[in-house]
Design a protein around this ligand. Structure first.
Ligand code: HEM
Length: 520
């Protein structure tokens, strides 16, 4: 009996050993085939510089560590400084990183026009996981109709009617600073997040900007909670786009609990408003009893009526996308602009003179003022050059073999860029470390066409560029009109940067404001 049992154990353990052995062999063969295939397919990329890599995992460990430390943009920038304007890193597929502004611009524009470059599958999946399929996560005809639906809403002429709403939201920021007790120290990044979120929520969903007027169509806007929820989704985007597996959201971890909670919360905020917009569409009406005129004029109602392809799920997802795209981007850039103005008294004084002239002429800011505020817009552009906050935007993928700047790029390669390195290219932007807004106003033909790639390039170029410019111009002009200021933490506020999806000041940018005196 005992003999039989021992024989059975021996047989089953040798079966187990055989099983393990076969498993190891299969894994080894799979790795070797993959290695051999990669080596051959991507042979032309071997000549490009590359950061030191792990023998098995390539550059995955460095990338995951950088994302975890919220410094992925810094890693790409550092590699660009060390390895030059075109290098490759290996994370499964190879990714070629560019940092010459003209090369980036031409590659994106031409590649997307002739179809040789498309948004990478992984990036699209990551975007669409934010809450359903969205404009940013689409290619081809699906992208085309979505873009066609939203584009006119964000054109400069459509937005000019919103100057009143934007000014109201900016005035609220001024009031908050005025009401802060002396010394008036305020973390401005939070103020600007509130500003931009209130504006985009008003335009898209018709939620009153003032926060006091009741919004009958759904929950009020709780800026802190919405910000928390959108930050969870943005950070998840970055993790998935750089390699995290999609299915991890189903594991019982804190990250996945946060992800589902964020989606539920945003569904509850946006869902009832989408239902109303769809009701208006179905009944072919432009008004319903108890629906505010602000809501009736909102983009949600207009888009639902105009574009029958949109349903409940895709409208909620698109509204979440616009909340994310329309908040942090502009908010953090205004924070960095405030910092640069404080660190550059010459620019500050010149900007102040410009703003004072507008007040002398018109007594306040109106749509008429914008042509006189070109210097303020140049200041914002210069900030975007130095702090390319959207340096985590969507990578592209080569659909066929292509050539970039003389280098053969095989099909399947991912193309990405370091916008930070591009913005500091000394061959394009003279004295790149200096804050010189005048470079954007230079009428000299040679320098006039400076590349401005921070809003993206080509057909996918940012939809919210005009909105962002409007918000920044009004906000900065009002601040210059009312206050003098200095950075509480000095230069370290612009040096200690982190990245959620976008780059932001780690300390929230504390600023000490002083009401302006007659002399200043
Ligand atoms: C400083 C402010 C902003 C910066 C730097 C910025 C940057 C960018 C960049 C780089 C892209 C291209 C992404 C890609 O190629 O995948 C983009 C696209 C986009 N942006 Fe912005 N953005 C800003 C403000 C806004 C605002 C205020 C909105 C408000 C609605 C917005 C909405 C969008 C949308 C919807 C797209 C996708 C367009 C498409 O795929 O066709 N952005 N933005």
């Amino acid at each position: 009996m005992l003999k039989n049992v021992l024989a059975q154990i021996a047989a089953s353990s040798s079966f187990l050993n055989l099983f393990i052995f076969l498993g190891l062999i299969t894994t080894l063969v799979a790795f070797s085939v993959r290695w051999w295939k990669q080596k051959n397919t991507y042979k032309s990329l071997q000549s490009l510089p590359s950061p030191p890599k792990h023998w098995l995992l390539g550059n995955i460990p460095q990338i995951l560590a950088a994302v975890k430390q919220k410094r992925f943009f810094q890693l790409l920038f550092d590699w660009s400084q060390k390895l030059g304007p075109m290098y490759v890193y290996w994370a499964g597929q190879p990714t070629v990183i560019l940092s010459k502004p003209k090369v980036i611009e031409e590659t994106v524009i031409n590649g997307m026009r002739d179809g040789s470059l498309v948004r990478s599958k992984r990036a699209r999946k990551a975007w669409n996981d934010i809450g359903g399929s969205i404009l940013l996560g689409q290619n081809g005809s699906e992208w085309q109709w979505r873009r066609k639906a939203w584009n006119p809403e964000f054109s400069s002429s459509s937005l000019s009617k919103y100057v009143e709403i934007i000014s109201q939201a900016c005035e609220q920021v001024i009031e908050k600073i005025q009401q802060t007790e002396s010394p008036k120290e305020v973390q401005v990044d939070h103020l600007f997040v509130e500003l931009t979120m209130r504006v985009i929520s008003c335009l898209v969903m018709g939620i009153p900007v003032d926060g006091k007027t009741v919004s009958h169509e759904g929950q009020p806007l709780d800026v802190a909670q919405v910000y928390e929820a959108t930050s969870v989704l943005s950070y998840r985007f970055l993790r998935v786009a750089t390699g995290e597996k999609m299915w991890k959201k189903y594991l019982p971890t804190k990250n996945s609990r946060d992800y589902w909670a964020a989606r539920r919360y945003l569904d509850e905020l946006i869902g009832p408003r989408v239902d109303l917009a769809l009701q208006l569409r179905e009944q072919n009406k432009t008004d319903l009893e108890k629906v505010s005129s602000l809501f009736q004029e909102s983009m949600l109602v207009k888009i639902a009526a105009k574009e029958p392809n949109y349903n409940r799920e895709s409208l909620i997802a698109e509204a979440i996308e616009l909340l994310i795209a329309g908040t942090d981007t502009t908010a953090h850039t205004i924070s960095f602009t405030i910092a640069e103005l404080s660190l550059n008294p010459r620019v500050f004084q010149k900007a102040r003179v410009v703003v004072d002239q507008v007040w002398e002429k018109q007594g306040c800011i109106t749509t008429e003022s914008f042509k006189d505020l070109a210097y303020i817009q140049a200041i914002f552009k210069e900030t975007l050059r130095l702090y390319s906050i959207a340096s985590g935007s969507t990578s592209l993928e080569a659909e066929r073999d292509i050539v970039i700047d003389g280098q053969e790029i095989p099909r399947g390669t991912k193309i990405f860029w370091s916008m930070l390195a591009a913005g500091r290219d000394p061959e394009v932007y003279s004295q790149p470390e200096e804050f010189l807004p005048e470079r954007w106003l230079d009428k000299n033909k040679e320098t006039h066409q400076l590349p401005m790639i921070t809003f993206g390039s080509g057909s996918h170029r940012c939809l919210g560029e005009h909105l962002s410019m409007l918000e920044a111009t009004v906000m900065l002009s009002l601040l210059l009109h009312y206050f003098d200021w200095e950075l509480v933490n000095g230069r370290s506020s612009v040096e200690q940067l982190q990245q959620n999806l976008l780059i932001y000041p780690a300390d929230g940018m504390p600023v000490r404001f002083k009401l302006r005196t007659q002399e200043s």
